[in-house]
Design a protein around this ligand. Structure first.
Ligand SMILES: [Zn+2]
Length: 147
């Protein structure tokens, strides 16, 4: 794993959530909405703390470096979480982004983010995304273990 300071530098460079959130609204394709539902179901089955409802908001994003592909916003007063997703994302990339944002949702919901730096939160969400993608792949039988 790269040193924290390097990770932090990359995260600052890539911290463009506000641009995605301000981008035009886009309607998801039925398949995109289905992928997101499946991902949230998988995340819940992994036992991480999540609110009963996670609002999903789709935006017309961009592959430009100036745009995040996903972002999560938490309203402290209502405890309502909204996950913003780039509707132009390749469906193959969508699960990784959804799991990362669901990771943020869990950190907010549980309050765990309070004791973490931004870089620690980002690493935690990346690790959760990897675990969730592995869980998905194992369930689908993509891995067969040689003994
Ligand atoms: Zn993040």
């Amino acid at each position: 794993m790269m040193p924290l300071s390097e990770y932090e530098r990359l995260m600052q460079h890539g911290s463009t959530a506000d641009k995605l959130i301000a981008a035009p609204v886009i309607e998801p394709l039925p398949k995109q909405a289905e992928i997101v539902r499946d991902c949230i179901e998988t995340a819940r089955s992994m036992g991480i703390p999540l609110p009963k409802t996670i609002s999903i908001a789709w935006r017309y994003g961009s592959r430009s470096w100036e745009f995040c592909r996903g972002a999560t916003r938490f309203e402290y007063a209502t405890k309502r979480t909204t996950v913003f997703l780039d509707g132009t994302l390749d469906p193959n990339e969508l699960p990784r982004v959804v799991y990362h944002e669901v990771g943020h949702t869990s950190l907010f919901h549980s309050g765990a983010y309070l004791g973490m730096t931004i870089a620690e939160q980002e690493m935690s969400c990346d690790r959760f995304a990897i675990r969730a993608l592995q869980a998905e792949a194992e369930r689908a039988g993509f891995f067969s273990r040689a003994s």
